[in-house]
Write a protein that binds this ligand. Structure first.
Ligand code: IFM
Length: 449
C-alpha cells in the first residue's frame, strides 16, 4: 500500500528551542545562579554548573541541529552576561553571542532570540526587580544595546518568555528566585511592569529594524473541568483559562491592562506584536475550589503522563489553542512544545501526534508558520534541576557526552522531508498507526504474510 504523507509548506520553520541559563553554564551574575547555591531551592540540590557548556561550545550542538535538518532555533540572551553591572556592558559577552548567532546562520539555522527568559542580573533584583517601575528603563537600555550590537543577525525576536509562568512561579509559588515583595501585590506590580517592558522593547527593536518580527512566547494550556464536573468547575476553568491564556494577549492587542495587572492603558502596548508565540505542553482538569493556588495539576485516570508527573500528553489541545488565537489575526509560531521523557518512550509519538495537529491547522489555512521543539538537548530544568530531560539529544551533565535519541532521529527525518508519514509512524511509534493512518496499519499476520 502507498504510504500516507502529511506535507508541510516549503517555507515552514523546523526548529528547536533552548534558553541561556539552561544551556550556557557558569552564569554567575544571574539571580538563578545565586538561588541554586542555597540548599533547598532546587530538587536534589542540583546546580546548573557547566550546564550544556554552550558558552564554550554551542557550536557542537548546532552541528547536531543542522545534521537533523532543522532550519530554525530559538535561543535566549543572558541579560546578566551582557550587562553584569548597571550600565556596564561586557563586549566579550556580546562578541560571543555574535559568534553563536553567526554559527547559526552559517548552518542555515534562522535565529529567534528571546531577551528575557526567567533569569535576571543580580543587580536588578537588588534594585527592586520587576516590582519597581525603574525596571522599564533598565530593560529598554539593555534592549537598545542588543539591538545596536546584535540586531543585524536577528530576524525574529521574543521580548519576554512565558510572562504568566514567570509571575506565578516567582511571586506566588516561589519556586523561582523570590524577590523581596511576593504574593499578589508583588505579582500585580510585576505583571504591569512586564507589559511595559514588552512595549518599550517592541518599539526599540522595530525603530531600528522595521522588518523584524517581534512577539512574546506565551505559555498556553488547556483547562477543563473533569468529565462530570460541576457548572462551578466549568466557570472556574473558564476564568483560569482567561487569566492564563488570554489576559496578556488581549492587553497586547488593545493596549489596556486587565486584572490583576491594574487599570488603564500602557503607552505603545496596543498592537505590539507581529506574531503569536504559543508554548504548549499540557491539559489540566480543574475544580473549584482548588486545594492550593488557583488550580491543581490533575488529569484523568487514562491520561498519558510524562516524567515527574510533569503533565498530560494531549495533542488535540494544540489545535484548540491555535484556533483560540486566530482572533489576533497574526502569523502563529509554536515557540515551544515538548515533554520530559528520559527513556524516550513517549517522545516519538508526541512529535508525530502534535505535528499532525499543526498540519491539520494548516490544512484549514490557519497561519502556523513554524515549530520549535523544546528542547534540542537535555538542559537544566529550573527548580527541577537535572531530573527532567526534554532533549532530542540526551546529554550527561557530568561528562558532557551526547547521544541523539531515537526521537531526535525521527525529528531529523521529519525536518529533512518536511512531512510526517506512515512509514515514520510505523518505524518510531507503531502504536499510532491505527489512529493516525487508519487503513495503513499492517493487518494481523497470516501464513502468506
Ligand atoms: O524549560 C522550560 C522553559 O524554560 C520554559 N518553558 C517550559 C520548559 C519546560 O518546562
Amino acid at each position: 500500500m502507498a504510504e500516507a504523507k502529511m506535507v508541510f509548506p516549503p517555507d515552514f520553520r523546523w526548529g528547536t528551542a533552548t534558553a541561556s541559563h539552561q544551556v550556557e553554564g557558569n552564569n554567575k551574575n544571574s539571580d538563578w545562579w545565586a538561588w541554586e547555591q542555597e540548599p533547598g531551592h532546587i530538587l536534589n540540590n542540583h546546580k546548573s554548573g557547566a550546564a550544556c557548556d554552550w558558552w564554550q561550545n554551542a557550536e557542537a550542538d548546532l552541528d547536531l541541529a543542522a545534521a537533523m535538518g532543522t532550519n530554525a532555533h530559538r535561543m535566549s540572551l543572558e541579560w546578566s552576561r551582557i550587562e553584569p553591572e548597571p550600565a556596564v556592558f561586557d563586549q566579550s559577552a556580546i562578541d560571543r553571542y555574535r559568534e553563536i548567532l553567526t554559527a547559526m546562520h552559517d548552518r542555515g539555522i534562522e535565529p529567534m532570540v528571546t531577551l528575557h527568559h526567567f533569569s535576571n542580573p543580580v543587580w536588578l533584583v537588588e534594585k527592586g526587580d520587576f516590582n519597581t517601575s525603574i525596571v522599564v528603563d533598565y530593560f529598554q537600555r539593555y534592549t537598545a544595546k542588543v539591538v545596536e550590537t546584535l540586531g543585524d543577525l536577528i530576524p525574529k525576536w521574543v521580548t519576554i518568555n512565558e510572562p504568566l509562568v514567570y509571575l506565578f512561579s516567582r511571586y506566588l509559588e516561589k519556586q523561582f528566585p523570590a524577590p523581596h515583595r511576593t504574593g499578589w501585590p508583588g505579582a500585580a506590580a510585576a505583571f504591569q511592569n512586564l507589559l511595559r517592558c514588552h512595549a518599550v522593547a517592541y518599539h526599540t527593536i522595530k525603530d531600528k529594524f522595521p522588518d523584524a518580527m517581534v512577539g512574546v512566547a506565551k505559555n498556553m494550556a488547556i483547562f477543563e473541568p473533569r468529565p462530570g464536573g460541576s457548572r462551578i468547575d466549568q466557570w472556574w476553568a473558564n476564568r483560569i483559562s482567561w487569566l492564563f491564556n488570554d489576559s496578556w494577549m488581549d492587553s497586547m492587542e488593545d493596549g489596556r491592562m486587565r486584572w490583576p495587572a491594574g487599570r488603564g492603558r500602557i503607552k505603545g502596548l496596543a498592537g505590539s506584536f507581529d506574531f503569536v508565540g504559543i508554548n504548549y505542553y499540557s491539559r489540566y482538569y480543574v475544580k473549584f475550589p482548588p486545594r492550593r493556588g488557583i488550580y491543581d495539576k490533575e488529569w484523568g485516570p487514562n491520561a498519558v503522563v510524562s516524567d515527574g508527573a510533569y503533565g498530560e500528553v494531549y495533542p488535540a489541545g494544540l489545535f484548540q489553542l491555535i484556533k483560540r488565537v486566530l482572533r489576533y489575526k497574526r502569523p502563529i509560531f509554536i515557540t515551544e512544545n515538548g515533554l520530559p521523557d528520559a527513556a524516550d518512550r513517549l517522545r516519538s509519538a508526541f512529535l508525530l501526534s502534535h505535528l499532525r495537529e499543526i498540519w491539520r491547522a494548516i490544512s484549514f489555512c490557519f497561519p502556523v508558520m513554524g515549530y520549535y521543539h523544546w528542547s534540542l538537548v537535555d538542559n537544566f530544568e529550573w527548580h527541577q534541576g537535572w531530573t527532567l530531560r526534554f532533549g532530542l539529544i540526551e546529554m550527561d551533565p557530568d561528562t558532557q557526552e551526547r547521544r541523539v535519541r531515537e526521537s531526535g532521529k525521527l525529528y531529523g527525518d521529519i525536518c529533512r522531508s518536511q512531512s510526517i508519514d506512515s512509514q515514520m509512524a510505523q518505524q518510531y511509534a507503531p502504536e499510532l498507526m491505527a489512529s493516525m493512518f487508519p487503513g495503513q496499519a499492517p493487518g494481523p499476520k497470516t501464513d502468506e504474510s
